[in-house]
Write a protein that binds this ligand. Structure first.
Ligand SMILES: Cc1cc2nc3c(=O)[nH]c(=O)nc-3n(C[C@H](O)[C@H](O)[C@H](O)COP(=O)(O)OP(=O)(O)OC[C@H]3O[C@@H](n4cnc5c(N)ncnc54)[C@H](O)[C@@H]3O)c2cc1C
Ligand code: SF4
Ligand code: SF4
Ligand code: SF4
Length: 402
């Protein structure tokens, strides 16, 4: 593990915090707590989980995302800042190779987003008696959240990328901490969540982590708004893609709503990178030095979908060794990932984001989407009616005429 200064804010000053508590020192309120993180907050919620003074408050930020701040009862102990992922200074060294990875099991593959590496890795841990924390659609809470998985039968719920921020509440963080003390834990999530969990357990030898190549997440509030607009209740499952196709499928007790991603305002905004949290547009984790023991993402070769699997640490190499019997793994040069932007830099914020954000405050998700992206919506509508071939033909005729 190499120390790098990238993305660090203030070193939490625990000595000062203690002196303050003993009445020997006066600190400015915002000096030694997450008050300094502001819009860089990625909403992981770990500060709330560690603060014994219950001094952390949630605030609504742009595009209905939640950021965290402190209130007057804060005793400036610095603990929240120490676990805050935005303050991360330790990253693994950059690797110069990755594996093209694909599950040998067709059924697993068909339910996964790319090569099924998340499922196969989790399966290995559960077979050895350990537990896995991963994002699922929670039926009781009607939202995507991280949950503890202990049974092989429950593993299907982790499959598929859910393109929304997954909530990790205080009780789940405490459960992870307890499980890490008692045995091995595999945590799968976005890099900021992985960093938060690593900070929580002091990077314990019992914690194994998988970070996703991640270009950003919208707030769960936006997804709820879309679901209310569609008037779908009691959702049993939600899926955003199937290998190479970006189809939104929402399954409730009464119906299955299924639509091409670009025909749905919420998903179209996601696919246009226009509804992410503010922190995602300046993400410190979108780089070649990773926080997880392995990194997984999409990889396409000869038009066929695979996962890419990058081992980043000794624990990562250990994980990969175990996967050879259930997955086809082939080594590739890291330069073959050059088309995957999330491995190199954060998503660039387009000018439409500001327009959408302004309109969203006034009119809500659906109207703001159509007002900002009406050209795209019309294009996608025509494409659906006349098909790709006719559309391209007519477009080229127009071009020739002008
Ligand atoms: C929000 C998001 C953005 C992504 N951006 C990129 C990208 O820019 N480039 C790229 O190459 N790949 C990206 N991915 C990863 C990609 O979609 C696949 O997850 C990856 O290829 C692994 O494939 P799989 O077949 O193993 O995964 P899957 O079957 O998709 O399983 C992936 C794992 O991720 C977990 N997961 C699903 N949704 C979430 C969530 N919202 N938050 C945290 N964990 C979640 C699942 O529980 C599961 O453990 C992104 C994933 C997510 C969730
Ligand atoms: S500095 Fe300490 S008391 Fe203040 S919010 Fe952070 S954890 Fe809570
Ligand atoms: S990034 Fe996480 S720990 Fe840091 S302020 Fe935001 S919610 Fe708190
Ligand atoms: S882009 Fe960065 S900040 Fe946003 S969810 Fe992904 S890892 Fe977290």
């Amino acid at each position: 593990m190499k120390r790098v200064g990238e993305g660090s804010y203030l070193e939490p000053d625990l000595d000062s915090g203690l002196q303050y508590l003993e009445g020997k020192k006066k600190l400015k309120m915002s000096q030694n707590n997450i008050g300094i993180i502001k819009d860089n907050c990625c909403g992981c919620g770990i500060c709330e989980a560690v603060c014994s003074a219950e001094a952390i408050i949630e605030k609504r930020s742009v595009r209905n995302s939640i950021v965290y701040s402190v209130k007057d009862s804060c005793i400036n102990c610095g603990l929240c800042l120490r676990v805050c992922p935005v303050n991360t200074k330790e990253f693994n060294k950059k690797n110069d190779y990755f594996y093209r990875a694909i599950s040998k099991n067709e059924q697993i593959l068909n339910k996964s987003s790319s090569g099924g590496v998340a499922y196969e890795t989790s399966k290995k841990f559960i077979e050895k008696g350990f537990c896995v924390y991963s994002a699922i659609w929670s039926v009781p809470n009607q939202r995507v959240e991280h949950r503890r998985i202990k049974e092989l039968g429950d593993l299907k719920s982790i499959q598929g990328s859910k393109y929304v921020q997954s909530v990790i509440d205080k009780s789940t963080y405490l459960e992870i901490k307890k499980d890490v003390v008692e045995g091995r834990v595999l945590f799968i999530g976005c890099p900021c969540q992985v960093a938060a969990v690593r900070n929580l357990v002091n990077d314990s030898k019992n914690l194994y982590t998988v970070d996703l190549l991640c270009h950003g997440v919208p707030s769960p509030n936006l997804l709820s708004e879309q679901i209310s607009y569609l008037n779908i209740k009691s959702i049993r499952n939600i899926s955003f893609r199937n290998r190479l196709s970006f189809t939104l499928s929402i399954e409730s007790c009464e119906q299955i709503y299924e639509v091409d991603g670009y025909q749905n305002p919420y998903y179209s905004l996601f696919l246009n990178y226009s509804s992410f949290r503010e922190s995602c547009y300046k993400c410190i984790f979108a780089c070649e030095k990773r926080v997880g023991d392995i990194t997984i993402g999409d990889y396409v070769e000869n038009n066929k979908g695979y996962s890419c699997l990058i081992p980043n640490s000794e624990k990562g190499t250990e994980i990969v060794k175990d996967l050879f019997d259930s997955m086809r793994l082939e080594k590739r040069n890291i330069l073959d990932l050059k088309g995957n932007e999330s491995y190199y830099y954060p998503t660039k914020k387009k000018k439409e984001v500001e327009k959408f954000t302004r309109l969203y405050e006034k009119y809500g998700l659906i109207l703001a989407y159509y007002c900002t992206f009406y050209k795209l919506a019309i294009k996608k509508f025509i494409l659906r009616v006349v098909g790709e071939k006719t559309y391209s033909h007519v477009k080229s005729l127009f071009k020739k005429q002008s």
